[in-house]
Ligand binder design. Structure first.
Ligand code: ITT
Length: 209
């Protein structure tokens, strides 16, 4: 039995294969990517919350494929910016991010813009966190969303080579950025780890044999 992962972000695919490894083994479900369905169209992420966008993506893929679908909508919320970039995290640098030739260049453009916007913000006001909404939608329309979050402070420059996106900027309480964590360490504390470990129980309840 197949479960479709409704994301085009290769980093999310890699992280979710790790985070969901146990539940996939337990249920015998086979996680397949959206690239196996070339007819699928891109979903317009018009929601104003992570949960709304995760549901939009999962519903689109579940109804187009007739298979249960999982989606992740996530981003960085900066306190002093009132929660921005939020649902706009992937495209915060706008044209600069769009013109970037690869994902890493796009991440760099987003990170540089955010650091420039916060250059005058003192250390005590640099609190921020990642948020993830994890959605499961079945072809009959049944839907579940679970959320997870991780908090830290934004550094003044990137540090570390792991992870993706804004990971090199978010300094956790132990003084390391998420990009300085191993994948296993990141999943243990991350917004995505928390959201999908919670959703894994719904996968077992709704799709387990
Ligand atoms: P899909 O919609 O296809 O899943 P996307 O990358 O466009 O891919 P989002 O709209 O959810 O996904 O945007 C997520 C962005 O938030 C992502 O591109 C990063 O900039 C940031 N982000 C999310 N999770 C992150 C993480 O674990 N570490 C660093 N940055 C993260």
């Amino acid at each position: 039995r197949r479960l479709v992962l409704a994301t085009r972000n290769a980093h999310k695919v890699g992280e979710l294969r790790d985070i969901l490894a146990d539940v996939l083994e337990r249920t015998g479900l086979d996680l397949v990517g959206v690239q196996e369905f070339p007819e699928l169209e891109d979903v317009v992420e018009s929601g104003v919350t992570f949960a709304a966008n995760a549901l939009l993506k999962a519903h689109a893929v579940a109804s187009a494929t007739g298979l249960p679908a999982l989606a992740d909508d996530s981003g960085l919320a900066v306190d002093v910016l009132g929660g921005s970039p939020g649902v706009f995290s992937a495209r915060w640098a706008g044209p600069a991010a769009r013109e970037a030739v690869d994902g890493a260049a796009k991440d760099r453009a987003n990170n540089e813009l955010l650091l420039a916007q916060l250059s005058d913000v003192p250390d005590e006001h640099r609190a921020a966190g990642f948020v993830c909404a994890a959605a499961l939608v079945l072809p009959d329309g049944t839907e579940v969303v679970r959320e997870g979050a991780v908090r830290g402070v934004l550094g003044r420059g990137p540090r570390g080579d792991g992870g993706f996106g804004y990971d090199p900027l978010l300094v956790l309480p132990d003084g390391r950025t998420l990009a300085e964590y191993s994948p296993e360490e990141k999943h243990a504390v991350s917004h995505r780890g928390a959201a999908f470990r919670a959703l894994a129980q719904d996968v077992v309840r709704l799709l387990g044999t």
